[in-house]
Design a protein around this ligand. Sequence first.
Ligand SMILES: Cc1ncc(COP(=O)(O)O)c(C=O)c1O
Length: 416
Amino acid sequence: MSVKWQELYSARARGMKTSEIRELLKLASKQDIISFAGGLPDPALFPLAHFQEVTDFVLEQKGKKALQYSETEGLGELRELLAERSRADDIPCDAENIIITSASQQGLDLAAKVLLDAGDTCLLEAPSYLGAIQAFNAYQGRPVGIPLDDEGLRVDLLETKLRELRAEAIRPKFLYVVPNFQNPSGVTLSMERRQRLVEIAARWDLLIIEDDPYGALRFSGKPLPSLKALDPDNRVIYLRTFSKTLAPGIRLGWIIADKPFVRQIAIAKQATDLCTPALTQHIAYEFCRRGYLEEYVARVREEYQRKCQCMLAAMDEFFPAAVHWPKPTGGMFVWATAPAYLDTVEMFPRAREAKVAYVIGSVFYADGSGRNAMRLNFSLPTLEQIPQGIERLGSLLRAEIASHEGVVTLEPTRVH
Ligand SMILES: Cc1ncc(COP(=O)(O)O)c(C=O)c1O
């Protein structure tokens, strides 16, 4: 008799959904498809020679420690180094404010594990990072979206939402926000809104989970202070990662937070994986100590800027005027919004036929809205593929809009 798995699963597990994005990525992974659907760094840039040099050194000099179990909070010297670098970014902290995680996805999972009871409301941007929505759903949280625009989270609407929730006697557990080059929208929270957000959080006694994987990938303009640097009350839980600045394969990130919270996360983490791999922590420490990280990030930034400009120029050339997109100044994504009648889910099979792929907008909304939007990644496709793929997508969008409006016009409108 075969096991009836569904009957045995916990209510929590039954509530978990498979990621539509992964299903779509499977469809988009055919050889001849130009895919803007991924969210991956460009592997052609990975710093293999430095990585090899540092790994050899670690195995030769520190092999016995690096292959052993290690402290749950993470390698002492790496935490010290990260604390020192954070202080240089105006974040007052020491090593005890830091716990190393298996990249920021684990940071999100642990934060949700520690903060959410079933049915708890948590706030996030709409659209927001899919992995965060999944983590909050996995702990049976109730994610509620607050719209964003070209300057990031609409903090005015946040206050409106907080008032509405208070009228229903609901206190949200936290607000989750990605202030720099947000995934999926590519937008950055303006300075004025950062200040207002921290003030609102203090007034409403609201915790903030600030997730910042892309801040270091800025192409132009001045870096803005993190919410953590503006927060006098230690109410910001700041998630960082080496995934986009070194390599996602080392699965290393860190949380900077108030010490009691870091201790609680460490307790939760013990049940999850005992400790983050010591080997990759030693490697990352040595990589940073030798100054290789800055060198590598500078190269990545330059290359992604080139790719981003290439994508934006192709969109100007080939996309219909009815489609809009904020121009990112960093990160890995462009977010395009079509007229409300256009359905990117329904259009997806036609995109496959045209041999181009994107991520449908609706997966980034906790309530499934956003069906007229799409996320386009520029870090992974090559400079040759980007204009070709955008031209294919532009023709498709043009045809969809024309068929809706009953007009056949396949010539691109050139908007320079
Ligand atoms: C906003 C955001 N947070 C977290 C992650 C998770 O990254 P990692 O676990 O590799 O650090 C990603 C990955 O794309 C992301 O875009």
